[in-house]
Write a protein that binds this ligand. Structure first.
Ligand code: 2PG
Ligand code: MG
Length: 413
């Protein structure tokens, strides 16, 4: 839909962790047409675009009065009158208005709120279709985080995310059901072991475990208990988020201090023993050497995903492509800060033959835009937590709605 942006209006709302975040409304020709709210990470990469917070003592420093006033003031002033359908022009105006390399002045949260609100306002029918244009679309294979550790839990588990990947199914709804059944089976397995406590930030169970490898064992048990074939129907993905336990002297895991090579050897042993199809952030965000060595050795049998390594940044991705540091990228809109730049990164990764995984953040809202982005860009994969808690199920539920319009579901593994 074309039409002129007539107003942008922002407010503070709460995210899934009970922290303030920004919500932006976009008005076209006087009517409310688009709304967006912005998620927030816990294990954030150093090189991400800047999430602007107020600091001080109110809201423990996490207030968003600053970014809210930026949207209501400067950002609104500069976008009013622009054609809402010209996303590239809108995002270029936002980038130029901010004027910094990492969106530190206005805040990536303020800028992305405006960018997505305009995207929504421009879509006449389905958002995924508006994004896809005439391109092909398929439902993404989900990485479902059913056991939480690292910065998303208070347990002793170092690996941040143990995920199930239901890839061997004919369609998305069946794949989702198998993942949900596995989630409930894991609950039974952990209960029998006396390990069932609460859940982590992304809705997965968060037990204390003797060793990180036990997480793999319990998830494998759960897949079998749910009646599915490990490897053929449901496989496992990890987000190690190794930056979180990377210190000056090496990687601190399971009470040991390991070099990048030694840590890579542990992953190779896990690959020999478990049906793992994807490993995200196996090493720290600037430990390029370990990434290259591991991808050279294991890149043919497993997807290796850069999250903190790339932070959805085209310059860092380009470096990773040149060096052969990974064979896939995790894509988070708020790491880069506009819709247009996000879609360009997805295209760049795809052109290099990389896998693309569209991702939520650990602090989320009910905004489900990543479901439409994943389908609209035909990304192939999505990562959006456990199939529990409304902030996570919002995205799965939107994919179920889209599945009424799109059939294709490709077994990528
Ligand atoms: C990640 C994300 C989402 P956070 O590391 O991939 O799972 O976590 O949002 O805390 O960075
Ligand atoms: Mg990650």
């Amino acid at each position: 839909m074309s039409g002129a942006v007539s107003d942008l209006s922002a407010r503070m709302i709460l995210d899934s962790r009970g922290n303030p975040t920004i919500e932006v409304d976009c008005y076209v020709d006087g009517l409310l047409r688009g709304r967006a709210s912005i998620p927030s990470g816990a294990s954030t990469g150093t090189h991400e675009a800047v999430e602007l917070r107020d600091g001080g003592t109110v809201w423990a420093g996490k207030g968003v009065d600053g970014p809210v006033s930026h949207v209501n003031g400067e950002i609104c002033d500069s976008l009013v009158g622009m054609d809402v359908a010209d996303q590239r022009a809108i995002d270029t105006a936002l980038i130029e208005l901010d004027g910094t390399a990492n969106k530190a002045r206005l805040g990536a949260n303020a800028i992305l709120g405006a960018s997505i609100a305009c995207l929504r306002a421009a879509a006449e029918g389905s958002l995924w279709y508006h994004i896809a244009g005439s391109g092909p679309s398929s439902l993404p294979v989900p990485q479902m985080n059913i056991l939480n550790g690292g910065a998303h839990a208070t347990s002793n588990v170092d690996v941040q995310e143990f995920m199930v990947v239901p890839h061997g199914f004919d369609n998305f709804p069946e794949a989702l059901r198998s993942g949900v059944e596995t989630y409930h089976a894991l609950k039974s397995v952990l209960k029998e072991e006396g390990l069932l406590g609460g859940v982590g930030d992304e809705g997965g169970f968060a037990p204390n475990l003797p060793r990180n490898e036990d997480g793999l064992r319990y998830v494998l048990d759960a897949i079998e208990r749910a009646g599915y074939a490990p490897g053929d129907q449901i496989s496992i993905a990890l987000d190690v988020a190794a930056q979180e336990f990377c210190q000056g002297d090496g990687y601190h895991m399971d009470g040991q201090v390991l070099s990048g090579t030694e840590l890579g050897d542990i992953y190779s042993e896990w690959l020999d023993s478990y049906p793992i199809v994807s490993i995200e952030d196996p090493f720290g965000e600037d430990d390029w050497e370990s990434w290259i060595e591991f991808t050279e050795r294991e890149g043919r049998r497993v997807q290796i995903v850069g999250d903190d390594l790339y932070v959805t940044n085209p310059d860092r991705l380009l470096r990773g492509i040149d060096l052969g540091a990974t064979n896939a990228i995790l894509v988070k809109l708020n790491q880069i800060g506009t819709v247009t730049e996000t879609i360009e990164v997805i295209r760049m990764a795809r052109d290099a033959g990389f896998g693309t995984v569209i991702s939520h953040r650990s602090g989320e809202t009910s905004d489900d835009v990543i479901a439409d982005i994943a389908v609209g860009t035909d990304a192939g994969q999505i990562k959006t937590g456990a199939p529990a808690r409304s902030d996570r199920t919002a995205k799965y539920n939107q994919l179920l709605r889209i599945a009424e319009q799109v059939d294709a579901y490709t077994d990528l593994f």
